[in-house]
Write a protein that binds this ligand. Structure first.
Ligand code: CP
Length: 308
C-alpha cells in the first residue's frame, strides 16, 4: 500500500508512470470499466467539493470498487469524534483505502503510525492537492508533450491556494519556468518561481493557471471589489488577446466567472477547463490503482524499484 499525500513524496519516475497509466486508461474508454470487486474505498470530505469528490467516486466505480460516501454533517464528527477516530473506525469496518479532504493543512500527520490504510489526499487546507496537480500535468503534457522548457503562469491567490503550491513545486521539478502573479497581500515567498506582473505572465506563458480566490481561508475580507480584482489580476478578454499563439488557459475550479476569468473565456478554444475535469477521472483511477496496488498499480511500484 502507498499513501498519496503530496507529490513531493513521489519520484519524477513515479509521477511519469502515473501519467502514462492515466493516459492508457483514457484511451481504453468504456473498456476501462472493471467488474465489481471487493476493494472498499471511503470518501471522507470535510470540506465542500464537486470535481474532486465526484471524479474520485467515478474513478472508484470504474475500477469496480465499492464506494462509501461520508457526509461530515451526518456523521459522529458532529458529536465530537476526531478525524483520527473516524479514520480508525473506517479501518475497523474493513475499508481498503480512504480519500480525505480536510480544512486542516497536514491533517494526515495525526494519522501516521496508527492508520494502516492507503490515504489519498483530496486537499488539505492551504497545503497540497496532489491529484489536482497530476491532472494539471496530464492536461499540459497532452498539449505540449514535454515539460522541460515550458513557461507556466500561476495567477491569483498564491498564499491560500493548495493548487498553487502543488503545481508550482512539481512543475519546477519537471523543468518548467514558473511565473507567479497576484495581489501583494496574497503573495507566497515559499513557492518556487519568478514573481512577475499579470501582464508579463499572460504574455510569456505557454499555460496559464488562474486560481480561485480562497475566501474561506482569508482572515480578512477582500479589500477590492470583484470588478477591481478582475481588472487588475483577472484574465480579461483584452489580456487574453495578448497570449502566445498556442498557449492555453487552465483553472482548477470552481470558477467565479467574471472574477478570475472572463466568463466567455471558460468555453473558448484556448480553455482546457473541462478537459482538466475529464482528466481528473483517469488520473484518480491511476492514483487509486497505484495506492491500492491493484491492476497495473503494483507494476508501477515494481518498475520504480527495479530502476533504483
Ligand atoms: N479543483 C477542485 O478541487 O474542485 P472541487 O473543490 O470542486 O473538488
Amino acid at each position: 500500500m502507498a499513501n498519496l499525500l503530496s507529490l513531493n513524496e513521489l519520484s519524477l519516475q513515479e509521477i511519469d508512470h502515473i501519467l502514462d497509466r492515466a493516459e492508457e486508461i483514457r484511451k481504453m474508454g468504456n473498456e476501462g470499466w472493471l467488474e465489481p470487486n471487493h476493494q472498499l474505498v471511503a470518501n471522507l470530505f470535510f470540506e465542500p467539493s464537486t470535481r474532486t469528490r465526484f471524479s474520485f467516486e467515478t474513478a472508484e466505480k470504474r475500477l469496480g470498487y465499492q464506494v462509501l460516501n461520508f457526509s461530515s454533517k451526518a456523521s459522529s464528527t458532529q458529536k465530537g469524534e476526531s478525524l483520527y477516530d473516524t479514520v480508525r473506525t473506517m479501518q475497523a469496518i474493513g475499508v481498503n483505502a480512504v480519500v480525505i479532504r480536510h480544512r486542516q493543512e497536514g491533517y494526515y500527520r495525526q494519522l501516521a503510525g496508527s492508520i494502516h490504510l492507503p490515504i489519498l489526499n483530496a486537499g488539505d487546507g492551504a497545503g497540497d492537492h496532489p491529484t489536482q496537480a497530476l491532472l494539471d500535468l496530464l492536461t499540459i503534457r497532452q498539449e505540449f508533450l514535454l515539460f522541460q522548457g515550458l513557461t507556466v503562469a500561476i495567477i491569483g491567490d498564491l498564499r491560500y491556494s493548495r493548487v498553487a503550491r502543488s503545481d508550482a513545486e512539481v512543475l519546477t521539478r519537471l523543468g518548467c519556468r514558473v511565473l507567479l502573479s497576484g495581489p501583494e497581500e496574497w503573495k507566497n515567498d515559499a513557492l518556487p518561481g519568478e514573481r512577475t506582473t499579470v501582464d508579463e505572465a499572460v504574455e510569456e506563458a505557454d499555460a496559464i493557471i488562474m486560481l480561485r480566490i480562497q475566501h474561506e481561508r482569508h482572515e480578512q475580507s477582500m479589500k477590492m471589489t470583484k470588478e477591481d480584482y478582475h481588472r487588475r489580476f483577472g484574465l480579461t478578454q483584452e489580456r487574453a488577446s495578448r497570449m502566445k499563439h498556442d498557449s492555453i488557459i487552465m483553472h482548477p475550479g470552481p470558477i467565479n466567472r467574471g472574477v478570475e476569468l472572463d466568463g466567455e473565456l471558460v468555453e473558448s478554444d484556448r480553455s482546457r477547463y473541462f478537459k482538466q475535469i475529464n482528466n481528473g477521472v483517469v488520473i484518480r483511477m491511476a492514483c487509486l490503482e497505484w495506492a491500492l496496488q491493484t491492476g497495473k498499480g503494483a507494476e508501477i511500484h515494481e518498475r520504480v524499484a527495479e530502476k533504483w
